[in-house]
Design a binder for this molecule. Structure first.
Ligand code: A3P
Length: 313
């Protein structure tokens, strides 16, 4: 049987967003770096979901770091409070295992007390056991213009820390518009989860970054209800929701020592400085980078792709 590497070497490929030779490959309709595709292939074979699992799904740069923090804080709130939470000493990515990296080979190396896991895999390529089981999925999406700008800065900052050069903004923009971004096309990723959430509203909770920024208290309560960890009226009166809002705010998390100077996956080739996950955390920052023509081009792609879906971004 062909190895994963052999299969990947036969896939269509495009240059990634840097001057390195780390190409993006088209696997089952989405573009992805080979390291992650290998993980997705392994996870599809090996991962066994538990009914109690809560799977945090997202395309990159849509608010994953925030959603992981919020969900982790919600499910661990009876064990930890806002002065003892592991989120104060660890990046949220270190509190929630990543399916295609941490759980690709086996689903048994998990903390039995932690029902959370996360993935960027599109809905149609999730391991069968996640789709078939009664476990919950929480999905976050974001306006494509902000998501693109966030992505571009992430690659630029990552490149600086790894002695690589990012492609110019204009080139990244063209690639993004063509769907050539890690786990892209972005619109297909969002639509996959959107349609699934309409078919299975009891299984998939669909969130928008902008709506959460607008009314985070409301969405924390909805999220907690959905994943089966509802806040009691007693807890709400005691300020439990507000404490999670504050602890997981951009201001608080980005100013923690661990997120200013710590590293994620230290000692591995995938090491990333934690601070790269925190930039501005604002809605509408695209206006500072995209020309009106670029914005119109992205809007038009978004309109066309989402046409008839009932979803707006
Ligand atoms: P910006 O680059 O626009 O600032 P992801 O977590 O999926 O990688 O997405 C990263 C984006 O989420 C970045 O957006 C980052 O600043 C923002 N972000 C990180 N933590 C956040 C938080 N606690 N609240 C709101 N946004 C946050």
């Amino acid at each position: 049987m062909a190895s994963f590497k052999e299969i990947i070497s036969t896939l269509p490929r495009r240059k990634g967003w840097t001057d390195s030779n780390n190409d993006l490959f088209l696997y089952r309709g989405f573009w992805c770096y080979s390291f992650f595709i290998e993980g997705v292939m392994s996870a599809q074979q090996n991962f066994q979901s538990q009914p109690s699992d809560i799977v945090i799904c997202s395309a990159p740069k849509t608010g994953t770091t925030w959603l992981k923090s919020l969900t982790f804080a919600i499910v661990t709130r009876t064990t930890f409070d806002d002065s003892t939470s592991p989120l104060l000493a660890n990046l949220s990515h270190d509190c929630v295992p990543f399916l295609e990296v941490d759980l690709a080979q086996s689903s048994t190396n998990r903390d039995p007390k932690n029902p959370l896991l996360a993935t960027h895999v599109p809905y149609s390529s999730l391991p069968r056991s996640i789709i078939d089981s009664i476990c919950k999925i929480v999905y976050i999406c974001r306006n494509p213009k902000d998501s693109f700008i966030s992505f571009y800065h992430f690659i630029a900052r990552l490149s600086a820390s790894k002695d690589m050069k990012p492609v110019a903004l204009e080139e990244a923009f063209e690639l993004y518009c063509q769907g050539v971004s890690n786990y892209g096309p972005y619109w297909d990723h969002v639509l996959g989860f959107w349609k699934a959430s309409l078919d299975r509203p009891d299984k998939i909770f669909f969130l928008k970054y902008e709506e959460m920024i607008e009314d985070i208290v409301l969405y924390i309560k909805k999220l907690a209800d959905f994943i089966g960890y509802p806040f009691s009226s007693e807890e709400i009166k005691k300020g439990s929701v507000d404490k999670i809002v504050s602890m997981c705010s951009f201001e608080n998390l980005s100013n923690l020592e661990v997120n200013k100077s710590g590293k994620h996956r230290e000692g591995t080739p995938g090491v990333i400085e934690n601070k790269i996950y925190f930039r501005k955390g604002k809605v509408g920052d695209w206006e500072n980078y995209l020309t009106p023509e670029m914005a119109a081009q992205l809007d038009s792609i978004t309109l066309q792709k989402l046409n008839g879906s009932g979803l707006t971004l």
